[in-house]
Design a protein around this ligand. Structure first.
Ligand code: KIV
Ligand code: ZN
Length: 521
């Protein structure tokens, strides 16, 4: 039997502070989730805002295989908004939620149990008349009275719900309790056989994955997760952890199969990190840089004799390749292109050509180019939508020291035009940013700036990430170079190009998604 995955990175994940995504980013992430093999993509809460409903609409138009899910409160207006936003989806699903715990009924909703049952019956019936696939979530299920929870679930199924989700909304349950609750509901609800049971666990006490697995062992056949466990407060259950637990411990989950293409997990996590600007913690299970590193001598010795001594999964099973020295100054375009393919990129020849030029420039200055360098290079060089309108770095000179005001002279190109400006700043990066601002004649504020090394060695590439805003929107940019000032200017320019190009086109049509899909694997 198949265990389905509903990924809610674009809804619950995006609700976490600092993780909001724009429409293009959501479509890009959704296409990667489709490539990863998830069964359903929860893409937003259409009634929450215009942007949310536009994002759900764009994801609905872009995806072919997974169900596209829109979240709603148990209100007619929310359900109408979701149905509209999902109109173009091949497999639309409306997800209605209503709390069932006494605490939520009394303190938040101010309704009685009978009113709650009536609201569920009405909302699910209303939604079912607009969509054939309805999920109902009993919010705060784990703190609900078990008898009432069973009545709520029975009501939802009788009204037409096809999936019943039992969330541990506040991350309060222990695995034993949570598994028992799921088993109890499935056993006691008379019409339980007509729905797929789902679990959705939060990580407030660090038990989201354990609770999800307990729910699966108890009979749930859908797991609601996010990539890297991002989400409200402490986050949700991490998809990669649940998927690899089921795939690795088949003995503990007999008869269960998954559709996740595990070899695409690492790339999916990388794309999320790139979009959100939050790096993957090195010790993050499954996808962290150290997840497969064996530092201690005893472990290394064991792994060399037989990998099974200290390794329960192979890095390649999750798409992490051994960090061998891969390329250098003498590597040709063919070798570079092959490496890109092995890393999961399938890019058009123009883009490969541009990346190869950048690669050559870096290889002149850095002896060994590793996989992580190549990934950083690709991810930091997203093609602006309108190439001719993009500002490019031609050259820069900085003058800086601890006894002077930093100055920068930056030369940029846009098409055939060249522009140069000199600016001063409290440091060399700030001086460069001000010179860029003077050239593009569009004031912006540097909201956030981060600099890090891509690999560990002395000649590591520097990676700069910026967040800029111009009062109407915020834009991210990323740049890599052996020179951290150059990396900073490149990141700033990526942000500036996004800022200046953002009004020109909004991705979200099927055709645009098809173009993007070709770059996703
Ligand atoms: O945590 C929760 O209960 C939710 C529901 C809306 C499914 O996110
Ligand atoms: Zn949640």
């Amino acid at each position: 039997m198949k265990l389905q995955f509903l990924d809610t990175t674009l809804r619950d994940g995006e609700q976490a502070p600092g993780y909001s995504m724009n429409l293009d980013e959501k479509v890009r992430m959704a296409l990667q989730l489709e490539a990863l093999g998830v069964d359903a993509v929860e893409s937003g809460f259409p009634a929450a805002s215009r942007l949310d409903s536009d994002c759900v609409r764009a994801v609905a138009a872009a995806l072919r295989t997974p169900a596209v899910v829109g979240l709603c409160r148990a209100r007619d207006a929310d359900i109408d908004r979701a149905a509209e936003a999902l109109a173009a989806a091949k497999r639309p699903r409306i997800h209605v939620f209503l709390a069932t715990s006494e605490l939520h009924l009394r303190e938040k909703l101010h309704i009685s149990r009978d009113e709650c049952l009536e609201a569920i019956r009405h909302a699910v019936t209303y939604a079912r008349n607009r969509c054939g696939d309805i999920e109902f979530s009993a919010e705060d299920a784990s703190r609900s009275d078990p008898d009432f929870l069973c009545r709520a679930v029975e009501t939802a199924i009788a009204a037409g719900a096809t999936t019943i989700n039992l969330p541990d909304t506040v991350g309060y349950a222990t695995p034993t309790e949570f598994g028992a609750m799921v088993a109890d509901v499935i056993r006691r609800v008379p019409n339980a056989g007509k729905a797929v049971f789902s679990v959705h666990c939060h990580d407030d006490l660090g038990m989201a994955v354990a609770n999800t697995l307990a729910g699966i062992a108890a009979g749930a056949r859908q797991a609601e997760c996010t990539i890297c466990g991002i989400g409200e407060r402490a986050g949700n259950a991490a998809l990669e952890e649940v998927a690899m637990a089921v795939a690795t411990r088949r003995d503990a989950f007999p008869g269960l199969s998954i559709g996740i293409v595990t070899q695409r997990i690492a790339k999916t996590a990388r794309i999320l990190a790139e979009i959100t600007g939050h790096r993957i913690p090195p010790d993050k299970a499954i996808v962290g840089r150290n997840a497969f590193a064996h530092e201690s001598g005893i472990h290394q010795h064991g792994v060399i004799s037989n990998a099974l001594t200290y390794q329960i999964m192979r890095p390649e099973d999750v798409g992490i390749n051994d960090e061998e020295i891969v390329l250098g100054r003498h590597s040709g375009r063919h070798a570079f292109e092959e490496r890109l393919t092995e890393l999961g990129y399938s890019l058009d020849p123009d883009r490969v050509g541009q990346l190869f030029e950048r690669f050559k420039g870096i290889a002149e200055r850095k002896k060994e180019i590793r996989d992580r360098d190549i990934v950083a290079l690709v991810e930091a060089s997203e093609t602006p939508r309108n190439q001719a309108e993009a500002w490019r770095l031609a050259s820069f000179v900085v003058n800086s020291g601890n006894a002077m005001v930093s100055t920068a002279c930056v030369t940029l190109r846009k098409g055939r035009r060249t522009a140069r400006e000199v600016a001063m700043g409290t440091g060399p990066v700030y001086a460069c940013v001000r010179a860029v601002e003077k050239i593009v004649k569009h004031p912006f504020v540097l909201e956030d700036y981060q600099l890090s090394a891509v690999t560990e060695r002395r000649d590591a590439l520097g990676e700069a990430r910026v967040l800029i805003s111009d009062g109407t929107g915020t834009y991210r940019g990323r740049g890599v170079s052996t020179d951290v000032i150059e990396a900073s200017i490149l990141a700033c320019l990526a942000g500036v190009n996004a800022m200046l190009g953002s009004a020109q086109s909004a991705l979200g049509t099927g055709a645009a998604a098809d173009a993007q899909r070709s770059a996703i694997k």
